[in-house]
Design a protein around this ligand. Structure first.
Ligand code: HEC
Length: 101
């Protein structure tokens, strides 16, 4: 739930910035942080396959996805903050899982 709210909030920032005629680049950069973190730290091991295993998929809810991301952050020695974990969870959900709760 909080992930969805966060996504909506970030979109709002981009929209407001555009309306004000401010360059959206700062907001857009912030919005893509989950993707950047994932691509830098996680993608080498598993790009698409891990998130597309229809039968064996270990993730059935946003909480479960977040728990996985959090776990991998520890396994990989990254110790991501709650915000970074939210960003990557949100990115993976947008790109692969499309979970609503
Ligand atoms: C050392 C290699 C390796 C690294 C680094 C790694 N992963 Fe994984 N990941 C795997 C393997 C192998 C699986 C599948 C086995 C499993 O489910 O535990 C997996 C599974 C997952 C799943 C569950 C997929 C599903 O839908 O069942 C998620 C989510 C995930 N990884 C996220 C991440 C994130 C986020 C990072 C970066 C912090 C990361 N992984 C880094 C190897 C890796």
């Amino acid at each position: 739930m909080t992930v969805i709210k966060r996504v909506i909030r970030r979109h709002t920032v981009v929209i407001v910035a555009a309306l004000l005629g401010i360059s959206g680049s700062a907001a857009a950069e912030q919005f893509d942080r989950g993707q950047a973190l994932y691509e830098n730290h996680c993608q080498a091991c598993h790009e698409d396959w891990a998130h597309k295993r229809e039968q064996a998929r270990a993730v059935g809810s946003l909480d479960a996805l977040r728990a996985r991301v959090s776990g991998w952050s520890v396994h990989s020695g990254l110790d991501w903050s709650a915000e970074e974990i939210d960003d990557v969870t949100s990115y993976l959900n947008r790109r692969f899982y499309k979970l609503t709760k």
